[in-house]
Design a protein around this ligand. Sequence first.
Ligand code: SF4
Ligand code: SF4
Length: 425
Amino acid sequence: MTEKYLSMWKDLKLDINAHDQLLKTLGNSYRDIYLAQNNRPGGIKYFDFVMNEVHGLRIKELMDEKEQGRKIIGSFCVFVPEEIVLAANATLVGLCTGADFDVEKVERYLPRNTCSLIKSAMGFKLGRVCPYLETADMIVGENTCDGKKKAYESLDAMVDNLYVMDLPQMKSEKGRDLLKSEYMRFQKSVEELTGVKITFDSLKEAIKTVNDKRSALHRLAELRQSDPAPISGLDALLANQISFYDNPARFTESLNRICDELEIRIKENQSLKSKKIPRILISGCPMAIPNWKLPWITETSGAVIVGEESCVGERGARNLTDDSGADRDELMDAITDRYFKVDCAIFTPNKDRLNHIMEMVKTYKADGVIHYGLQFCQPYLMESIPVEKALEAQDIPCLRIETDYGMEDAGQLKTRVEAFIEQLQ
Ligand code: SF4
Ligand code: SF4
């Protein structure tokens, strides 16, 4: 792949040596974690292909789109509505924040005790290794947690196209009004960037495209409720991760094909594993590509992950947008209502998230919950305590994990996860 796309990466001013190193590490992890799995559905080969070409063919597609005048918008958070972006004839891509890069340089801009996710975003920019960041015509940040808020001030000095969205922190009427006004402001900025006026028809069509994508993810989630689970948590996580990068219509079609296959597996009672194994729900911080450490440890310790209460998972994908509005403003209201239901830990109080975790345990027939908090992530680490207490009150075992993107604690984590799984058995 290196030779084929070298001139494109040079045009994007990537640091070619550092980028080669990153691709090598990514490729090795993918081989050891993903390709080492048994009994994967045949359709998953498409996702293997996407991962293989994540810095190659997909970037080439985006560059071709740019050449035809289409704009690319990068985002760090599930609060950025893809519907608005698509309606203005632009493309939304998620920006990787799932691996450490250039940590030493990052710590010249951010304190050491910043979560890995924020450090990763900064490291990819400082190290010039992310073609998505370099392709984007607009990078959207958001005022969610304090760490992100302040880090965007540093990022702003490094790029000339950062747009920051102000997000509410309370699920109140005022909070909803703020979100709506921020989406109206975003819509205007996207229109200015693209030179395309968002119409009722274009917004309705964009809502349909994104709803179709989310419906395919819901279908996958429902199939995972079967016992035994028809697909590994790792592969299901991959589907959720790729949903942020791939062309939405193509992704929907490919995921639906995998779901057709899983339906047959369930009908024919084909099991992923030869014996019954504990079912785990993962809850907490989002896991962006290539953050596979905890799921990999969990699934190689004798359990299967059946659901993710996460932004790269059900928290991010769960609700559809009502497309029955009679005009553009009603559709914008429907978009606001859909996103206002996202129960990120930056909200206070955030009872909805707790209720959602309990509901997911039941729906997915989970035997236990692993709460995943990134080190130094105050919102999710703070919430992990009430989550654990609520689960304990219902006799649902819970393991609280606090980790980062490094592999130094992998052995210790494995010991704790294995002991937890043994307890569930
Ligand atoms: S956890 Fe919160 S800040 Fe992070 S992606 Fe989700 S909604 Fe955005
Ligand atoms: S919410 Fe937590 S994990 Fe997400 S960016 Fe903020 S500190 Fe990091």
